[in-house]
Ligand binder design. Structure first.
Ligand SMILES: [Zn+2]
Length: 505
């Protein structure tokens, strides 16, 4: 009501007589100005969230910290305006970051399993196991455990023996070089102005390099346990994980298909939950690369049906991934996606769409197709701002945008995150969730670094209410059932109250 009154007043200002009357006195001008600021704050995301007296005190503490950090005279450019690769040490020393790290962050809804775990952990753990091998194919290197069909024995060597050949001093350098195979920060493109195509080439090379390790069951298990550990340590209680369900094999050479892979993961999650009472669980989204034929999509949809009927409530969605402007558009798949060759009904779609900066290509319009195909959430939605009719529909239908700040920066969509379109979505009260996409490939363990940018770069004017809205929305827009939602809410409320107490103390 209040907001409507301010808007009505602003419309009245268009009448010159009222304008001259209002601006005649300084007080009226100041009052009007304050009313506009207040109305905008209330209109945006988190503006109407109720804060109790403890939360209001915590909000004041947090806003003071935030203001001090954004206005620090010692910094030419605040960390919020810098590229993550340069800003990371500054962010780690920030008081606001330490608060965000402590904050319970609800659910992470957009995460790719093979890019989720810190590259450093992969090098210091998996590559030190006796089974670890490196395959060299022309100028490319791939981690593996057994000889690949395209990488014969004479091009595959034990990492242990390569490391043993290094001089003592060179062992660290060797490990750093190994890590550069799966970390964007260590690629040559970091130090120069690279095109989006070049960045994507490097990015996809990281997925290719690590794939062979995740096909080996003991590595697959250790890796996913570490994934849960890294996110739970970052105060995340629920994860929705995108993965391709590639086959794995064990030390005896036994092969495990997609259903068995889901079973293995289910067991890992159950065991992790038993050992960590505040971790609620994981849901899986089958994610296949867009670079496929209609026949392959047909098979992928049938695989989704098989997985989701074998594991109802565990495998909960379907997605298509890959660089949008160099792969098939959603429109080109639309007829199959609308009428999938399955009897269990339309899959729950969580499409990547609008992770792009171009104009006038069919791929640029993927966000239109994602909405028409009834996506429950949209991965990124960076380009949605260019579609004024559509973003009204997205808000009306409450389709949440899975916003991945650092991912968008590393992959070249925007350098200064203060210019990210999420600022507009927040101002327009379009639902978003903050998530980390592929943090293992750029040293952004968990999701707190992404929250830092969301809080400091996207919305400098917001406080605790915004964060509260984000974390409760992450549960609201998850695939949890009503009962699961109630259970995770109990965990969250306890953790949130403890967090607010700690902040005010
Ligand atoms: Zn993604």
């Amino acid at each position: 009501m209040y907001v409507k009154r301010v808007i009505a007043f602003l419309l009245l200002l268009r009448c010159s007589k009222v304008q001259s009357m209002t601006l005649a006195g300084t007080k009226s001008y100041e009052e009007l100005r304050a009313a506009i600021v207040d109305a905008e704050n209330k209109y945006g995301l988190g503006g109407k969230v109720f804060l109790n007296s403890d939360e209001l005190r915590a909000d004041r503490v947090l806003r003071t910290m935030k203001q001090a950090e954004l206005q620090s005279p010692n910094r030419g450019l605040p960390a919020a305006g810098m590229h993550f690769f340069d800003a990371k040490p500054l962010i780690e020393s920030s008081a606001v970051f330490k608060v965000l790290k402590l904050m319970p962050k609800g659910a992470v809804l957009h995460l790719h399993n093979s890019a989720a775990v810190s590259s450093n952990w992969v090098i210091k753990n998996l590559t030190y196991r006796q089974e670890a091998k490196l395959c060299q194919l022309e100028e490319r290197y791939y981690f593996t455990v057994r000889s690949l069909h395209n990488c014969p024995d004479n091009q595959t060597r034990s990492i242990h023996s390569i490391r043993a050949e290094q001089q003592q001093n060179d062992t660290d350098a060797f490990d750093i070089w190994l890590e550069s195979l799966i970390n964007m920060k260590m690629k040559p493109t970091r130090n120069r102005s690279a095109s989006i195509d070049e960045l994507w080439l490097d990015f996809e090379s990281c997925f290719d390099a690590i794939k062979g390790f995740l096909q080996y069951k003991p590595f697959f298990e250790a890796y996913h346990w570490q994934l849960l550990h890294e996110f739970h340590s970052d105060n995340v209680y629920h994860i929705e994980l995108r993965m391709s369900f590639a086959r794995v094999f064990d030390a005896d050479g036994k092969e495990y298909g997609p259903v068995e892979v889901a079973q293995i993961l289910h067991r890992i999650v159950d065991e992790f939950r038993r050992q960590h009472s505040t971790f609620h669980g994981v849901k899986l989204i089958l994610a296949k690369h867009k670079n496929m034929s209609d026949g392959e999509l047909d098979s992928a949809l049938k695989l989704y049906e098989s997985l989701s009927t074998t594991f109802p409530g565990f495998v909960t969605g379907f997605d298509l991934v890959g660089q949008e402007d160099s792969n098939r558009s959603l429109k080109s798949f639309a007829s199959l996606l609308m009428q999938p060759p399955i009897s269990s009904g339309l899959p729950r779609y969580f499409f990547h769409a609008g992770e792009i900066v171009g104009y006038f290509s069919e791929a640029n319009e993927n966000v239109i197709d994602a909405v028409l195909l009834d996506a429950k959430r949209i991965g990124h939605g960076y380009a949605l701002m260019k579609h004024p009719i559509l973003w009204h529909a997205v808000r009306r239908k409450q389709i949440v945008l899975e916003v991945c700040p650092i991912s968008n920066q590393v992959l070249g969509l925007v350098r200064d995150l203060r210019n990210h379109p999420a600022s507009f979505y927040i101002a327009q009260n379009i639902p978003i969730t903050i998530t980390s996409d592929d943090p293992g490939f750029w040293d952004a363990t968990g999701v707190t670094f992404d929250f830092y940018y969301a809080f400091m770069a996207f919305a400098p004017q917001v406080g605790l209410g915004f964060l509260k809205q984000l974390i409760w929305d992450s549960i609201r827009y998850s695939s949890l059932s009503d009962e699961e939602r109630r259970n995770v809410t109990i965990i969250m409320e306890t953790q949130w109250d403890a967090f607010v107490r700690e902040l005010t103390d």
